[in-house]
Design a protein around this ligand. Structure first.
Ligand code: MG
Length: 383
């Protein structure tokens, strides 16, 4: 009986589809492939959503326990693509500005989501900034396209998940005993760690971590060192303690100093705050060893992919980073991650109310499913 019901349901779905499709068939023409209804239109909807952090997130000037975000859906031909804008306050976008931006988007001029370049070019030209809002549209479109084609996004880019590097996990700044406990826990699950430096206790933090683990470590100075010779001395010290890369050691506008430091540094120096979008990549060559790409800063997967390829032409290393995000935006970056050198995609692991499942941490790597699109599924919202 169950079998019959199943067959009947399949039949109804199929016959409904054929009935709709045959409207566009000439007499005697054989239906061999899905035919799109020309009157179908993409429908974009969105809603604000607050990401709750597992632990308070402390920066030099503030502490926060939540990150605002906006969830986006684009529907077409019975499929729904999911996207997301994650909005840490220091980037200048808010749920209000993203909502205002998304309200201006009119997708009715486009026949289908496969006009991706035209759609994203149109979206990009609506305003100059709003990169996270643009990324939400881009991510939803890629999820939708993957679902319509029945393939995971990594295949749209010709990538294999087997090449995904281990992700770093960021140890947050705290008192030594807390750092020790955090590091011990993280070392069980991750193959590579990251820590924020740039205050007056850098060496104490590194020695605390090194008292617990010898795992490869990336340091992110977030522009915190204000002298190039001091930075070089620190980097030489870090090299001896198994640090493998340094992110944004000097203020973002210190180009000459960055070039001086990169030339002499025994460790690769990656730019983060010094770049945002593809137009910045060419400027990086000669001043840094590599770039940190974030979907929320660069308008999404499409531009990130172009940045990765341009960076390769410029002989630059590439890291993929994130904000605190649900598994939706993290999955989007994970699908591109086989193409990069360093992966820093721990954002979904830092929140307590993820909306999706579909990224799994396995042997220190963030892996996608092989389901179509981003490969994510909505889960019940936790309170
Ligand atoms: Mg950084």
């Amino acid at each position: 009986m169950k079998q019959n019901l199943c067959n009947r349901r399949t039949f109804l779905t199929a016959s409904t589809f054929v009935a709709a499709s045959t409207v566009f068939l000439k007499q005697n023409e054989v239906l061999t492939a899905p035919v799109a209804n020309e009157k179908m239109a993409m429908k974009l909807s969105f809603r604000p959503y607050e990401l709750k952090l597992n632990h308070p997130f402390t920066l030099a000037t503030s502490t926060r326990t939540a990150t605002p975000g906006v969830q986006v859906e684009i529907e077409f031909d019975g499929k729904t693509g999911y996207g997301e804008a994650a909005l840490p306050p220091y980037l200048g976008e808010s749920a209000e500005s993203v909502s205002a931006f998304l309200k201006r988007i009119n997708l009715t001029a486009f026949a289908n989501p496969f006009e991706t370049e035209d759609i994203l070019d149109y979206v990009d030209k609506i305003t100059e900034n709003n990169t996270a809002a643009k990324a939400a549209v881009d991510i939803a479109l890629h999820d939708l396209i993957g679902k319509l084609l029945g393939v995971p996004c990594y295949r749209l880019f010709g990538l294999s998940p087997q090449r995904i590097p281990p992700t770093t996990f960021t140890i947050s700044i705290a008192k030594p005993d807390v750092i020790r406990t955090q590091t011990k826990d993280a070392a069980q699950k991750f193959k590579m760690l990251k820590v924020k430096l740039g205050r007056d206790n850098d060496k104490e933090i590194i020695e605390t971590i090194r008292s617990v683990t010898d795992l490869p470590l990336i340091v992110d100075v977030n522009q915190g060192w204000k002298d190039k010779r001091y930075a070089l001395d620190n980097i030489c010290w870090l090299k001896e303690r198994g640090i493998i890369m340094v992110e944004q050691p000097l203020p973002k506008s210190w180009w000459e100093e960055a070039g001086w430091l990169t030339e002499r540094s025994p460790l690769p120096i990656f730019a983060d705050e010094s770049l945002q979008r593809i137009s910045d990549v060419m400027k990086i060559k000669g001043y840094f060893s590599g770039i940190n790409i974030k979907l929320m800063k660069c308008t999404g997967m499409r531009e990130a992919w172009k940045m990765i390829n341009l960076a390769r032409v410029c002989h630059l290393g590439v890291m993929l980073g994130c904000m605190t995000e649900t598994s939706c935006a993290i999955a989007a970056a994970v699908h591109l991650s086989p193409a990069v050198d360093f992966v820093d995609l721990d954002g979904n692991l830092l929140i307590s109310n993820d909306l999706f499942q579909g990224v799994r941490l396995e042997n220190g790597r963030q892996l996608p499913t092989d389901l179509p699109g981003l490969g994510i599924k909505k889960i019940e919202q936790q309170t």
